[in-house]
Design a protein around this ligand. Structure first.
Ligand SMILES: C[S@@+](CC[C@H](N)C(=O)[O-])C[C@H]1O[C@@H](n2cnc3c(N)ncnc32)[C@H](O)[C@@H]1O
Length: 215
């Protein structure tokens, strides 16, 4: 963590294009609260031309992702030698604090995809204001997302599901892509499972997968 995090850390700079935090990417995607980073890593490995910005303030989640990344090409290990790439994935940048800092610093219309997967549901009514999905946050996301960009939201919490659908449906900048129940009951092939989803499924809680387009 001490060596790899400084290599991959992103310091949000007001107005800087997200692709400018990388060497060689054509687009940038943002994952808010990546937990242990399974989904982020899968996307980065499967889409090497995309710059993946991952935000996770939970130290042990960040440590899990970094130790996984470290095993991909450890110094002194198989990946080392002439031509070896270290840090292992060039298309990941990480921020260990609040995703709102990153979003606020981004210029307009610069992200092609945003992931918010199994965010903390804050079930008590008096805590609903802490939920990440708020109309003001949707305004911010609409500002930084390109036309046609996708917002993906996964949850196992029925109340947060309804909350999110209500707000996204009421927001003029987003359209829900679902056409049939299969579209929200089934995780798309390019949406790998996350740790929290696994926990929910293990105890029989159904999960929902929402995809919205930035109009
Ligand atoms: C329930 S966990 C889900 C983690 C992961 N997405 C998954 O599906 O396994 C929610 C995560 O969101 C992170 N989080 C909460 N508020 C955040 C914020 N403002 N910015 C970035 N991450 C946040 C938490 O630290 C936590 O790890």
């Amino acid at each position: 963590m001490q060596t790899l995090l400084p290599e991959l850390a992103l310091l949000p700079q007001a107005g800087r294009a997200p692709t400018a935090y990388f060497e060689n990417v054509t687009e940038a995607w943002l994952e808010i609260g990546f937990g242990a980073g399974e989904h982020l890593l899968w996307q980065a490995q499967n889409y090497p031309h995309i710059g993946m910005i991952g935000v996770e303030p939970y130290v042990s989640g960040m440590a899990k992702l970094l130790s996984h990344l470290d095993t991909l090409s450890p110094p002194g290990g198989e990946g080392e030698g002439e031509g070896a790439v270290y840090p292992p994935l060039q298309n990941i940048r990480l921020y260990a604090e609040d995703a709102r800092d990153v979003i606020a610093a981004l210029p307009d219309a610069c992200l092609s995809r945003v992931f918010l997967l199994f965010p903390d549901p804050w079930p008590k009514t008096r805590h609903h204001k802490r939920r990440f999905v708020q109309m003001e946050m949707l305004d911010q996301l609409a500002r930084v997302m390109r036309q046609g960009a996708e917002f993906r939201f996964g949850t196992d919490d029925h109340s947060y599901l309804l909350w999110t659908l209500e707000r996204l449906s009421a927001h003029a900048s987003f359209s829900w892509l679902a056409r049939s129940a299969n579209d929200w009951n089934t995780r798309p092939a390019d949406w790998p499972p996350t740790r929290y989803e696994g926990k929910a499924i293990a105890v029989g809680r159904p999960c929902t997968y929402l995809r919205f387009i930035r109009r």
